[in-house]
Design a protein around this ligand. Structure first.
Ligand code: GAR
Length: 187
């Protein structure tokens, strides 16, 4: 199995879905570490319940982004992580991690990129009045929500309502991320 580290800053619903898919063998991978920049995030609770080690480091406790990422890299190497899987990690990946994991970092984003990159992609889509948005899984490069696209799936905007649309997006994310990683790691 592939050894993966999941990066998250929030509730961790994508982490939970991936952990389930790994546990039942749908994705040929093991989550060996959860990395967060938010020690209070709910994903930390979820990881502890799943008996997965967590590295929770605050960027502001480090002098530079390089030093912050080097501390993460030390933990990744200790855990022998082979791929980095971003699941709601709300921070740009810098040169230290990009150089250590070239073309081995995957992100999920709640829009059909290149539309609506950055924060609150679902709110951006509703505000723009589009009727269809969706989910993108892509390889990470130095840009924000750029990098080669691995998979996309459309999701209808529901009642011009961000919350109702978010519910549909999240369900699609959980399916699409598992399917995409399954294909990626089987090849
Ligand atoms: C997900 O919708 C993910 O696509 C998004 O954050 C949410 C995290 O939810 N990521 C981005 O917006 C990245 N630019 P979760 O913590 O429940 O998995």
């Amino acid at each position: 199995n592939v050894r993966i580290a999941v990066f998250a800053s929030g509730s961790g619903s994508n982490f939970a879905a991936l952990n389930k898919a790994c546990s039942v063998g749908d994705i040929p991978a093991d989550i060996v570490l959860v990395v967060t920049d938010k020690p209070d995030a709910f994903v930390v609770e979820r990881a502890k319940q799943a008996n997965i080690s967590v590295v929770a480091l605050r960027p502001r406790d480090f002098a530079t982004k390089q030093a912050y990422e080097q501390a993460i890299l030390d933990a990744l190497e200790e855990a022998q992580a082979e791929w980095l899987i971003l699941a709601g990690y709300m921070r740009l990946i810098g040169s230290v991690l990009l150089n250590a994991y070239p073309e081995r970092i995957v992100n999920i984003h709640p829009s059909l990129l290149p539309s609506f990159p950055g924060k609150d992609a679902i709110g951006q889509a509703v505000a723009a009045g589009v009727k269809v948005t969706g989910v993108t899984v892509h390889l990470v490069d130095e840009g924000m929500d750029t990098g080669p696209i691995l998979a996309q799936r459309a999701v209808d905007v529901v009642d011009n309502d961000a919350q109702k649309t978010a519910y549909a997006i999240h369900a699609t994310e959980h399916e699409l991320y598992a399917e995409t990683l399954k294909d990626l790691f089987n090849n």
